[in-house]
Design a protein around this ligand. Structure first.
Ligand code: GDP
Ligand code: MN
Length: 378
């Protein structure tokens, strides 16, 4: 089984190979939040099981959380060598001074692990092998006695590495061999292994584990093929019923029947719904927040219509979720809220305090949001 970059890096970290801090994001909004949490310049990286992501536009530097989100929006639209992007890794950017290549794989003919090192990392090994075969150093490991310090020293001298870098590099060789044996890998690769501020950092990871011998602790690491858009996948994770449509008005309601009716009314008033989202019965403020995040992470959305007919769902809970989202994320598109039923007075009070005036009628609300989105876009 092949691991994603972020999974391979997790294993690197367990054996002590330094990586830069990072977070996995399932949507552009999560990428923005990850970038904000990490702070500073970040790299947004498509998590797909094929190489050459950089050249395919799947790796982008971002100087602000907003930029990270914009890059993630583009990256989630990509197909890299036929593979759809379902996750991105947001990492602290490394100031790379120099890039090395290091891998350990099984040499089938020799029936031994083989170490490959090059002082010219960054490009893929096949390219490097044809462009600069003299810049590649290779040696076998006897599996019975393991990697020997003299082997590493010899390889680094052959690669013309400065004596000062020997200790730093050799440490990574041993840790990578530990990862290779401990996780029963067929291949482990760090490309690039970057020199930055006097330290070595694994900027990328490639990890292939023997399918017949997967360690128990990695059970379930094989990534399932999750279908759908990033928003649909985020909704699935949050246990919300969401279907992406191709319009511009985000719709949130409680109860499938009510949401379907809402879509019809929006269409009848001349608008185009961007989605179906049912928060279900008895939704909490937290669920409402998740629903809003998912709908707002769709870059097509230019307006929001929230239609709540409170029964077991309490209007005050919905209002609290809405206000919290407004405060934390800022809702930047026009929004109309229709709120009636259980704890309506309480809910209205909460919204009023935040400067939101709910409407009482669904048809009136739909007409209002369509009008405002049109005014906004012309
Ligand atoms: P790949 O294209 O799939 O091999 O993805 P990598 O993770 O190896 O990234 C491709 C290239 O992007 C690297 O060789 C680096 O040159 C560059 N890159 C990736 N992460 C960083 C980073 O944190 N800082 C800098 N300066 N460059 C990076
Ligand atoms: Mn790489």
């Amino acid at each position: 089984m092949r691991l994603q970059e972020y999974q391979g890096k997790e294993l690197f970290q367990r054996v002590g190979i330094p990586i830069s801090a990072g977070k996995v994001a399932l949507s552009p909004l999560e990428a923005e939040q990850a970038a904000r949490a990490l702070g500073g310049t970040v790299v947004v990286k498509a998590q797909v099981l094929v190489g050459g992501r950089g050249k395919a536009g799947g790796i982008k530097l971002a100087r602000s959380p907003e930029e990270a989100r914009a890059h993630a929006e583009n990256i989630f639209q990509l197909q890299i060598k036929g593979e759809r992007v379902r996750k991105v890794l947001v990492t602290e950017a490394v100031e790379i001074e120099r890039e090395f290549y290091l891998s350990i794989t099984i040499d089938r003919a020799a029936k031994k692990p083989v170490v490959i090192f090059s002082p010219e990392g960054g490009m893929e090994i096949e390219e490097l092998a044809s462009a600069h075969p003299e810049k590649i150093v290779k040696f076998h490991i006897d599996p019975l006695i393991g990697l020997q310090p003299y082997q590493v020293r010899t390889a680094l001298y052959q690669a013309s590495m400065e004596p000062t870098s020997l200790k730093l590099l050799s440490d990574i060789f041993f840790k990578l061999y530990q990862a290779f044996t401990q996780y029963r890998a067929n291949l482990v690769e760090i490309n690039p292994l970057a020199l930055a501020a006097g330290k070595l950092i694994a900027v990328d990871s490639k990890f292939i584990i023997d399918d017949d011998d997967v360690p128990a602790e990695l059970a379930g690491w094989e990534e399932e093929e999750l279908a759908g858009s990033p928003e649909e996948r985020a909704a699935k994770q949050a246990d919300l019923q969401y279907v992406k449509l191709d319009g511009t008005i985000g719709v949130i309601g409680n109860g499938a029947g009510l949401v379907m009716a809402t879509l019809d009314v929006v269409a009848l008033k001349g608008g185009r719904p961007a989605n179906f989202l049912d928060i279900g019965g008895g939704a909490s403020a937290e669920v409402m927040k998740q629903a809003l995040q998912i709908v707002l992470s769709d870059s097509q959305v230019q307006g929001l219509f929230i239609n709540i007919f409170g029964g077991i769902t309490r209007c005050d809970e919905v209002a609290r979720g809405l206000v919290a989202t407004q405060r934390e994320l800022g809702i930047r598109v026009p929004m109309v809220v229709r709120l009636t039923g259980t704890n309506e007075t309480e809910g209205r009070k909460i919204l009023h305090a935040q400067g939101i005036t709910p409407v009482a009628d669904m048809e009136e609300g739909a007409a209002e949001i369509v009008r405002r989105v049109m005014a906004h876009s012309t």
